[in-house]
Design a protein around this ligand. Sequence first.
Ligand SMILES: [Zn+2]
Length: 351
Amino acid sequence: MKKVLVAMKAGHLILAERACGRDGYSCPGCHEPVILRRGRHKIAHFAHRPGSHCQLGEGETPEHLLGKRQLLQWYQQQGRRVELEVYLPQINQRPDLLLTDGNRRVAIEFQCSPLSLQRLLERNAGYRRCGIHYHWLLGAPYQKRHLQAAKVAQFTQEVGGAPALFFWDTRAGRLLVKRDLACCSFIRHSILGPRAIARYQMQRLNALQYGRGQHPTAILQLVADLPKHCPLAACPLVCHDIVPSWPTLDEPVILWRIQVVKVLMNQPLFHYWSDEDWQAWVGGITGAHWLGYGCLDASGMHCRLIAAFTADLLSWRVLLACPGGYLLFKYLQWFANVQEKLNLLNRGGLS
Ligand SMILES: [Zn+2]
């Protein structure tokens, strides 16, 4: 049954929980009659007749209805001017809530159902055309322990210049801001030191290369191009991403770094890249799948990851900074074997 929280009666918009009398309501979207429903265990709402073709109440879940109602109250308690389910005819969109603050309007979307990146981009583009800012809050289906990197990227927004995800928890009726989703390759929420991270990443590279099971295509490509009997785990230490980064690539960052280092070793020494060329060159390395962002500028996020790696390459003196760009200064060798690398780590390498 298609449900809405707001209906029209005698030319006025009425919130379901404040409505009295069962009849006389119509849907502000399709203008068909809707019926007030409420009970002890459900959120007051208006229901369309069975078989309705209205798009307004499409896919409404109890969580979505509850969340919208909670958010309305939550913003009202903060003294904000807020409206529910406002239809914006020029873009044919209806944000869950619309905040108005002087000239600034913000669409609040409470997302509980699957939404493709493409649809998200279209919705946000619509808001931008109307000069409306947007803010996405995620519901329970997104609050799982291991949300896919692609979904994290899709809904990433910024607070104070740092990436974050926003959730609305309908059970507690409160906002959650998650900023701790940065991770190192294969490791989440690590309290390990750099050497332990590198050792663990070596184990996982080994398992990827020699273990059974499905290999990501990126790794197959990497392995195919490596000299025979050359373990990925024996890659130069600069390849290890020991500082957590926000999900930006569809594969572990270490695979991208290995790929870059491998291709770098085929460049002539003292090759020069302008800053811009370097960004494009590293960003365009084949086999890397950059994640798409739906709510902020993707290139800014990509630049962060590239900048972190560039800083490491500079500190290992693989690159030298020179005016306006970088020089390839040193070739890095693969370790002869994994044990040699472990020995170096045990002696305190990678500090
Ligand atoms: Zn309708």
